[in-house]
Design a protein. Sequence first.
Length: 220
Amino acid sequence: MINKTCIGISIPLSKIKKISIYDNSKRRTSLYNIMKETKADYAINGTLYNTRTFKPVCPLKMDDNVQCKSIYTYTGYIWKENKPDSFHLGLIPSDTSIYSKLGRNPTLDYDNYIACCVLVKDGKEIDKPIYTAAQGGRRGRTVIGTKIINGEKRLCFYVTKDGSIYASKPEKLAKLLVKSGWKDAVMLDSGGSSQYYSKPDNRRVYTPRINGHYILVYLK
């Protein structure tokens, strides 16, 4: 496995079998072991989590179970695990009362969702992205998003190692992603949490940190 300090990749959704979220809060094992166990093809770290309990602190739903709720509406990615073409940016209210006027919560139709800091929406950078002080400054980054190439929607990952020359501020990163053609993007947990693992191209962005959960991609 080749260690890298910067990885940028896009995968056609048509070539993906499923996109899942792995709960590592109890087992607390390495990403290497997770990839070996699940036989996933790609993996990145997920959203912010409590380093003591390993539970997420931003809205997260995995395998049809809500892991973190919020009284606020977030923008994040929503999808059905076995239907990759359903992967899209949308509103994520963990508190269903937000949809009381509508009579239903549309996120109930999906197995998974994840949220953190939106950097790009509708092909444009967010002027003032919202993030915690712990995510500020020049750090390693993990970003998930989509772009369209020749009419085909693709799942995108961009991961950089903390402390490397590719570490960046969120605002600068948003500009880079727009220039690279991303349609939308959400920055996930960063710094020492930023990790990437790929079996097809034998590359990874490695840190020894054990994260609370990971996003796994399986190819057809």
